[in-house]
Design a protein. Sequence first.
Length: 108
Amino acid sequence: MSAQPSASDIHEGSRTKTPPSPSGRLLLRMPPDLHGELAQAAERDGTSLNGYIIARLGEAVGRTQESGAAASSGLSAVTVRRLLIANVVTVALASVAALAILLVAWLG
């Protein structure tokens, strides 16, 4: 009996083994000053440091951002937040105006 595997053993073994898929976790070491600069850039962008780094790495390999309305429209999270607040204020003012019109119509 030979210690070497047969050709059929090698072929069957290669069919059952699949390469491990990435876990999505990465421990990254970087200079503290770069860490600080990235954190400031993420804050200016209105996103988390993790989200900011993922976006920059995705851009480096040619990926486009596809998740969320802000990402697809190119708006930062801060801009979206401000627009939502402006929307709420506008709806509130329209509600007050509608109530005033109804009150005038009911009393008049």
